[in-house]
Design a protein around this ligand. Structure first.
Ligand code: AMP
Length: 216
């Protein structure tokens, strides 16, 4: 059985953190469409150049482009045991395209999990967020900084980076895009009685336990 976990939640709800836990503990590949797009930008590809302007304003990249990127990603061998979707689908069109993709994967089980979090916490989480450029570990200037100032706890790197779209102005736009375009996906699964919910402030052990109880 191949586990596919769809993480739904506002920007800053902690989808990336949960996905990393699932990657380490259940060998599920972490697929973040935002990370894939940032990689395209870094490599200055045609897609990256197209996406950069949209992402800096918090606007979504078009459904076909992102879905094609996802289709290519799930062909990679690290997805053999299953994968976690972080930031995809974000629109009902993407949900529809994803369902067609999943129909072609034999023996897979989809678990849809919403991460619940209050809006004031989101703003603080995102505006304070920065990460290690080397291993991707996420910190927050208000709450969680490296034990030794300027040195990553996990890999020792001294290079840190902040996302260009993690500013208060862009966060507000991202939240409004989320409410308009992504919340209908949550309603869709809620109506089907297929939506699970976890709190956005759960610690690592509780997250792990929840998935141990709920994945096959
Ligand atoms: P994220 O890293 O998930 O917060 O995504 C950062 C930005 O990448 C978003 O604000 C969008 O501009 C773009 N993006 C990421 N995933 C998607 C997606 N599934 N569909 C459209 N745009 C996306």
């Amino acid at each position: 059985m191949k586990n596919i976990v769809m993480l739904l939640g506002a920007p800053g709800s902690g989808k990336g953190t949960v996905a990393k836990i699932l990657n380490t503990s259940f060998a599920l590949a972490h697929i973040s469409t935002g990370d894939l797009l940032r990689e395209e930008i870094k490599n200055k590809t045609e897609l990256g150049l197209k996406a950069e302007g949209l992402m800096s304003k918090g606007i979504l990249v078009d459904d076909t482009t992102v879905t094609n990127m996802l289709k290519a990603r799930i062909q990679q061998p690290d997805c053999d045991k299953g994968f976690v979707l972080d930031g995809f689908p974000r629109t009902l069109v993407q949900l529809n395209l994803l369902q067609q993709v999943l129909n072609d994967i034999p023996n897979c089980k989809l678990t849809v999990v919403q991460i619940d979090i209050a809006e004031d916490i989101i703003i603080k989480r995102i505006s304070g967020r920065y990460s290690c450029s080397n291993c991707g570990k996420i910190y927050n200037e208000f709450w969680i900084n490296p034990t030794q100032k300027g040195v990553c706890d996990d890999c020792g790197s001294t290079d840190f980076t902040k996302r260009k779209d993690d500013t208060v102005e862009v966060i507000k736009d991202r939240l409004s895009v989320y409410k308009q375009q992504t919340l209908p996906i949550i309603d869709y699964y809620k109506n089907l009685n297929l939506l699970h919910s976890i709190q956005g402030d759960l610690g690592k052990e509780s997250i792990l336990q929840w998935f141990k109880n709920n994945l096959v």
